[in-house]
Design a protein around this ligand. Structure first.
Ligand code: PEP
Ligand code: MN
Length: 338
């Protein structure tokens, strides 16, 4: 439920409404816009009633939110959420490219990727140290050793680190090395992990499951936000359909839909959605044109020797060429690539 305040509502009326909400054991979520102040109310769906709030001084109207997600919904928070991390602001005026290898393999690999990202002026490096592989016989990642390599390589060029956390038991340990926690597609509905990430204050990049609807993605974001961590970045990474020519089907339409339904930033992962470097450029440009806030992109100094996902990884030359094209499109949209 949402309380919309009159334009001339006083601070005292707003504070009184907050006190009333808390006295009924619901949680208030204040959002001050340029034109309107609103308070989203969360609590047990079954007992919450509009009548308790209709008559409050300063309240213009009470809106019942039918969607099952609240904190991640645009109704609760009409302004776009901007996320500041590693001295970088992720918002609608910027297009943030998080690039790096699928897996952290060794120091030289991370050093060369980090040097390239530093050279072209990007702000974030990705790399998996705990890999959720479909087969238990595939490379599982270097574990904590990989995180040390990633953090130290990133540090040399002032880059923020984005890496996957597989389990709630690893949150503290991974948190020592990362700036942004990545929740992989397979873990979108791992509620124990989502709850653990709700209790920390670092941003979470939440990937959509190949089986997950947009509503389920926003409900998973809700788990993190309900715990008190509002810094959630969503990521469309392709869904499973009847099509087999690409690894997954990039649901590019999810970008404008999510932007309408939610205030959270949305990224696109062109690498895992297409599964083949030949298509990564087109998917990246489409993501920018569709209004995404950035990309999660796999690059590798020598994709043919990559320990995972070499087929979909761009080499450095192809990556720089793509970056040039993205900048041209971004310029025409008055968006800055970072
Ligand atoms: C990844 O980004 O390396 C990854 C494993 O992606 P996903 O969880 O989308 O499969
Ligand atoms: Mn990968």
């Amino acid at each position: 439920m949402i309380l919309v305040f009159k334009k001339d509502a006083t601070e005292l009326q707003i504070q009184n409404a907050i006190a009333k909400i808390e006295s009924l054991n619901y949680q208030p979520h204040l959002s001050r816009g340029v034109l309107k102040t609103i308070i989203g109310v969360t609590g047990d769906d079954r007992s919450i009633s509009e009548d308790e709030f209709n008559q409050l001084p300063g309240v213009e109207k009470v809106i019942h939110v039918l969607k099952p997600y609240k904190l991640s919904s645009r109704e609760f928070h009409p302004q776009n959420t901007e996320i500041e991390v590693n001295n970088t602001i992720i918002d609608n005026n910027t297009f943030t490219i998080i690039a790096g290898p699928c897996s952290v393999e060794n120091e030289e690999q991370i050093e060369s990727v980090a040097a390239l990202l530093g050279k072209v002026g990007l702000k974030f490096i990705r790399g998996g140290a705990f890999k959720p592989r479909s087969s238990p016989y595939s490379f599982q990642g270097l574990g904590e050793e990989g995180l040390k390599i990633l953090k130290s390589g990133a540090g040399n060029y002032g880059l923020g680190v984005v890496t996957e956390v597989l389990s709630e038991y690893h949150v503290d340990m991974v948190g020592k090395y990362t700036d942004v926690f990545q929740v992989g597609a397979r873990n979108m509905q791992n509620y124990a992990l989502l709850k653990a990430l709700g209790e920390i204050q670092k941003p979470v990049l939440l990937k959509r499951s190949p089986m997950g609807t947009i509503e389920e993605l926003l409900l998973s974001a809700e788990y993190i936000m309900k715990g008190g961590n509002s810094r959630v970045l969503l990521c469309e990474r392709g869904i499973r359909t009847f099509e087999t020519a690409t690894r997954n089907t990039l649901d590019i339409g999810a970008v404008p839909v999510v932007k309408r339904l939610s205030h959270l930033p949305i990224f696109v992962d062109p690498s895992h959605s297409m599964g083949d470097w030949h298509y990564v450029g087109a998917a990246s440009l489409a993501a920018l044109a569709a209004g995404a806030n950035g990309l999660l992109l796999e690059i590798h100094p020598d994709p043919s020797s990559a320990k995972s996902d070499g087929k979909q990884s761009l080499n450095f030359t192809k990556f720089e060429l793509l970056l040039d094209k993205l900048k041209i499109v971004a310029d025409s949209l008055s968006i800055r690539v970072q």
